[in-house]
Ligand binder design. Sequence first.
Ligand code: FES
Length: 669
Amino acid sequence: MTEQHRIVFTPSGKRGDFAEGTSVLEAARSLGVDVDSVCGGRGICGRCQVLVAEGDFAKHGIQSTADHLTEWNSVEERYTSKRGALGEHRRLGCQAKLCGDVVIDVPPESQVHRQVVRKKAETRAITLEPVVRLYFVEVAEPDIDSPSSDYTRLVEALKTQWNIDASMPDLAVLRGLQKTLRKGEWKVTIAVRKGHDIVAIYPGLIETAYGVAVDVGSTTIAAHLSDLYNGETLASAGLMNPQIRFGEDLMSRVSYVMMNPGGEVEMTDAVRAALDDLVGEVVKEAGITREGIVEMTVVGNPIMHHLFLGLDPTELGGAPFALTLDKGQDVKAREVGLSIAPGAFVYLLPCIAGHVGADTAGVVLSEAPHLNDDVTLVVDVGTNAEIVLGNKKRLLACSSPTGPAFEGAQLSSGQRAAPGAIERVRIDHETLEPKFKIIGSDLWSNEVGFWEEAAKTGVNGICGSGIIEAIAEMYLAGVITQDGVIDGDLQARTPRIVGEGRTFTYVLNDGEPRITITQADVRAIQLGKAALYAGVKLLLDHYGVDHVDRITLAGAFGSHIDVKYAMVLGLIPDCDLTKVGSAGNAAGTGARIALLNETARSEIESVVGKIEKIETAMEPKFQAHFVSAMAIPNKVDVFSNLAKVVTLPPPKVHAEPAEGEGGRRRRRG
Ligand code: FES
């Protein structure tokens, strides 16, 4: 009987006894150890590299040494002469064969399911598990004596060399098959999706495949190109959503469809063309070809999701806000106007409800409240706020119509977050004099050199994060009452407060341009924050809790606001400030997770299926919560955590009526 040798793999700890002459790769496969291979053991891809541990391993009862593997062979010699030396103690796992007991370490880069480290420590790592994998095969050449098609011989090669059963051929893939086989001299790399769908065939050995994750926002579209084999983001690009020409916000785009028969086709064409342009940009930046992209994932709000798929969004314009489709969806890339690998698919994450889209599903996947014990509030603030509340026991979601004020729109001095926009504000409680910072400069406006630096961009207006701080600071300095009325009596103390008709205005910048916070601006922000807070309260009511353990702010706006000021304003509920943070573009991160990990797709589909959807428009208590939340921070709710770090002013009631008093706006988009 052939001599048996023990092999122990680290870090998995898996072990077994194998016959002399078994390759390390074969042993790994039979033990289920995660060792990569694209070439199938031919010694050309270098994916299977392993390290031999040297020494006495009492724990495993073996003595491991490099001599317990067969000698360095000609295949390894050829590989290193072409590709450079392997590291010390490294061997190609497919070439090194057992002739004694060994401990073998599988380095992370040789593991298929390695973890990709994310930038933020608090979120979970992404485990690589791409839906598309590459397989190198050698295909038999045609033989007049035993005729069979090139495709038949290709699938036979896949079966015999990789034990893969290919499904029905895709016509677009077939079209290039004969040329590719001949160009590769019957050696080709096949990109196989979900273990059976052939999405691309490349001549020769191709060692990595790429994917693109896209976040289709109503204002901007962002794409990130990743290497599916190591998870690295190789290129990113963004552009304005060209649908803006059909309407600034979502509802005006739905109105465009309603008023213009065929308008949805125009908008679908526009968004698809934009995505295809972005693909062109990222492949150019990464120096690869479009055909190298074998998979894409897309997130977006329900209207963007429907328009991208070519589904009419009209029903999303009014109650009961019925979605055409709320499940995760695979579509052929070419059917949605994307030129990538011929048989490639695009996966769209599921929508949660008529106003809570696949972008929020991406946020949930990224922030994972469903895996936590803490009751977590996740808020993505835009013209609509998408709100998710819960933990591993239950998750609830709703959307609330916050209006465009948080994006700086429709404010007297408002502007989008861009260089020159005021983003930080402080007001001296004694003198009521302000100081501010603009995007593009680290200096405060009262510091030496600020105005020279600001001259490069100008001081152009105030953005969403700036207005949050300005109004919160006005409240803390006593410039506005708890009800949000600018106190005209303070004119006696400061020239910063000026009368305008029956109301008053605070002058933030008295130079050119004059930047003001008017009573109407304060009202617009109050309406927006009250709508958001009322949505949060409804979810708390439904969950049956009166506080949250943790708050995550998602989206561009959420990553720029100072959470303390958001709480002073009463935009978010009271919470330990150390448990409040920003997640950045969590929707885009969710798309990237779904791109790199196939299991994450079934995970989010299952989680979304269980999320309880609350329709704020139908909830009688919304109005009462909304009215309480008009006050700063809130008429009824206590902010005890906040009070530990900020001195909140005593209640100050002012008799002056405020413009726009009592008007509650209900808008979507
Ligand atoms: S499996 Fe490709 S080099 Fe070993």
